[in-house]
Design a protein around this ligand. Structure first.
Ligand code: MG
Length: 372
């Protein structure tokens, strides 16, 4: 089997309503997503998506994905798509870094490997642990009352694990947000307070030591070193997210005893291949994991949740889905969907999601095998 063509689409994904992160420092109204289809000489095609949320979230952006694909797609043309590790090394040799731009190609390679082997992605990544993945809500930053109302609305949709976005320069307001949510939390519910790196270490230590919150805090400060300092002077379990870009960062986090868990996001890490290594490291270290993608449609969500389903249940907290926050649906009726706080993965070979061609529209670019 050889790769004969790679087609690229750009889609702007409007959010159903504006989304605030990091204590209101970051506002998002639409996401820039890139889709790839890898065609082969054996009539099989694999799909991938790269959506680094919004351009102010990570050192990654949609235009960067498409610019990098100009360099990366020709590296893959003519190669066997099933040689996934070989092709990842070839991409890393051709363009060091830029993990977020390699992720959609890597996703499409896994989709093709699944189809070639007749296995769903979770079967290739280790086998299903259970029947479904727990899904967590995502609660946008707001006043304490607004955030409690969002938790109650999420509860009505079946969510029992919540990720509440906090973090600002006013410690009293953050303490009020946390205490309001804790007071409204049901005994069986779990809340992670995601700061999205908005706090200084001093502010993090002040707020976390002032509240009686039982749950996790996530990425309180900008850097790994700052988060490790917070971890040493607080008692709540800590989850790290934005400061981890590669395998080495996870080793540093372990050496610094900076966290008890990490977010495993294929787009941030460079694809499913590299996310799987981090997942396996996290299982070995005894971490708890949130496995989900940075952003995107049901295609990216479903690919990431296949990795979640193949992870030992005691190591996964929950997985977030981006697509319910979007105003449009790329593949109606397909993929991992929230059903009362749980998502069931497709059993079809590969990822099991094919975007609607009418919704995708005209291609942004096409890369083909040069004539012999
Ligand atoms: Mg986070």
């Amino acid at each position: 089997m050889r790769i004969s063509r790679i087609t690229v689409w750009q889609k702007t994904l409007p959010l159903a309503k504006p989304y605030w992160l990091s204590g209101g420092r970051l506002k998002f109204e639409a996401l820039d997503s890139t889709f790839v289809r890898i065609d082969t000489d054996e009539d099989a095609s694999g799909w991938g998506e790269g959506c680094p949320w919004g351009q102010s979230y990570l050192p990654a952006f949609g235009g960067g994905v498409r610019a990098a694909l100009e360099l990366l797609a020709p590296v893959l043309i003519g190669r066997d798509p099933r040689d996934i590790e070989v092709l990842n090394r070839a991409m890393d040799l051709a363009l060091p870094g830029h993990p977020y731009a390699k992720a959609p190609l890597d996703m499409a390679l896994w989709d093709l490997l699944g189809q070639a082997s007749g296995l769903p992605l979770h079967g290739l990544l280790g086998g299903a642990e259970g029947e479904s993945v727990a899904v967590n809500s995502s609660i946008s930053t707001g006043s304490p009352e607004e955030m409690v109302a969002l938790v109650e609305a999420a509860r009505a949709e079946g969510y029992r694990t919540h990720s509440a976005k906090i973090g600002g320069s006013d410690p009293d307001l953050d303490i009020a947000r946390i205490e309001a949510i804790e007071a409204a939390r049901l005994p069986e519910e779990q809340v992670t307070y995601d700061v999205n790196r908005a706090w200084t270490p001093a502010l993090a230590i002040e707020v976390m030591n002032a509240v009686a919150a039982r749950g996790w805090f996530e990425q309180p400060c900008e850097t790994l070193e700052q988060c490790a300092q917070v971890r040493r002077r607080t008692r709540q379990p800590l989850m790290l997210d934005e400061c981890l870009h590669g395998f080495q960062d996870h080793l540093e986090a372990w050496r610094a005893r900076a966290c008890e868990g990490v977010k495993v996001k294929p787009n941030r890490l460079g694809g499913l291949t590299k996310a799987r290594r981090v997942r396996d490291l996290g299982v070995s270290l005894g971490w708890r994991l949130h496995i989900e993608d940075v952003g995107g449609t049901v295609l990216a969500d479903t690919a990431a949740l296949h990795l979640a389903l193949s992870t030992p249940a005691e190591h996964r907290l929950a997985s977030w889905l981006c697509h319910p926050h979007l105003a449009e649906d790329a593949a109606p009726g397909q993929g991992a969907r929230n059903d009362r706080g749980l998502a069931v993965l497709p059993k079809a070979p590969g990822i099991g999601v094919v975007p609607d061609p009418d919704w995708l529209g005209a291609a942004h670019a096409t890369y083909e095998r040069p004539a012999p």
